[in-house]
Design a protein around this ligand. Structure first.
Ligand SMILES: [Zn+2]
Ligand SMILES: [Zn+2]
Length: 260
C-alpha cells in the first residue's frame, strides 16, 4: 500500500508526501522548509526521515523549500537535467540525481515513471509512483493533456489532478490582466475544471479509487464547482465508487492523507 499525504496545494505552494515499503519521498516542496517540516511533524504518523524529493518543475510554488529540506535530511533531488540546471541557477545546492523521461527508475521501494507535461517551465513532468499492486499519479501544472499524458496515467489507483480554474470565472474576473488570463488558458498554462473532467473520462478504469483535485485558483474556482464537474465526469464512466476530494481548498484541512 502507498500512503499519500497532501501537505500543500495551490499557487502558494505544493508538496506531497508518499510512503511505501519503508521509503519516504516528497513530490515537490513549494512551501518553506520550516513550514513543510512543521506539517510533517504534525502528521498523525510523522515520517522518521525523508529519502528524497522528486521535482516536477522549477516554479517557486514547487521548489521553495527544496534547499533547506535537502540540507536538513541529507537527501538528494530527483530531477531531469534541464530542471536541475534551473534549480542550480536558483541557488539550490543539493545532490542532484537525474532521470530521463519517460524511463522508469527506482528509489527504495518505489518504481517511478516520469512523463512530460506541457507547461511554461524548462522540462516539466508528472509522475507515476508504483509499489507492489498500488499506483499513484501526479498530474499538475499542465496546459492540456496530450495523448502521452493520457497513456501514462490510465489505470492508476489514485490520481492527483490539477483542476485550476472555472473557465467562465476566469474570463469574467476583472482583476487579472488579459496577458495573465491568456497564459493560464494557453496550452502551457493550467488545466481547467472542464479539461480535468474530460481527461478523467479518458483515463478512468474501475481501478481508479481516488481523485485528489489540486492547484485550485483561489479567485477563479470553487471546490464545489471542481468537485461537481469531476463527479459528473466519473458518473459518465460508471465510476461512481471513485472518491473525489479537494485537499487544500478554502476551509479544507491539510495535511490530507489517504492510503491506496
Ligand atoms: Zn504550480
Ligand atoms: Zn508551474
Amino acid at each position: 500500500m502507498i500512503r499519500i499525504s497532501i501537505l500543500a496545494s495551490g499557487s502558494a505552494g505544493n508538496a506531497i508526501l508518499a510512503r511505501a515499503g519503508g521509503t519516504t519521498l516528497l513530490i515537490d516542496a513549494g512551501l518553506s522548509a520550516k513550514r513543510i517540516q512543521g506539517l510533517l511533524d504534525g502528521l498523525d504518523d510523522p515520517p522518521e526521515g525523508l529519502d528524497g524529493v522528486l521535482i516536477s518543475h522549477e516554479h517557486i510554488d514547487h521548489t521553495r523549500g527544496v534547499a533547506g529540506l535537502c540540507k536538513k535530511h541529507g537527501m538528494p533531488v530527483f530531477t531531469n537535467p534541464f530542471t536541475g540546471e534551473r534549480l542550480r541557477g536558483m541557488g539550490i545546492e543539493a545532490e542532484m540525481r537525474y532521470f530521463s523521461t519517460p524511463s522508469t527508475f527506482k528509489v527504495g521501494s518505489f518504481l517511478i515513471t516520469p512523463f512530460t507535461v506541457p507547461h511554461d517551465a524548462a522540462d516539466p513532468v508528472g509522475f507515476v509512483l508504483k509499489y507492489q499492486e498500488s499506483s499513484f499519479a501526479v498530474a499538475s501544472d499542465l496546459g492540456y493533456a496530450p495523448k502521452s499524458v493520457v497513456n501514462a496515467i490510465r489505470g492508476v489507483n489514485a490520481l492527483l489532478l490539477e483542476s485550476n480554474h472555472d473557465e467562465v470565472m476566469l474570463q469574467q474576473h476583472d482583476k487579472r490582466p488579459p496577458s495573465v488570463k491568456q497564459r493560464i488558458l494557453s496550452h502551457h498554462g493550467h488545466l481547467s475544471n472542464r479539461a480535468a473532467s474530460e481527461l478523467i473520462t479518458e483515463i478512468a478504469t474501475p481501478d481508479l479509487r481516488h481523485v485528489l483535485l489540486a492547484h485550485l485558483s483561489e479567485d477563479c474556482n470553487s471546490p464545489s464547482l471542481a468537485i461537481n464537474a469531476m463527479r459528473d465526469a466519473l458518473q459518465k464512466t460508471g465510476n461512481t465508487h471513485t472518491q473525489v476530494d479537494c485537499p487544500g481548498a478554502a476551509g479544507a484541512q491539510l495535511p490530507f492523507s489517504i492510503t491506496i
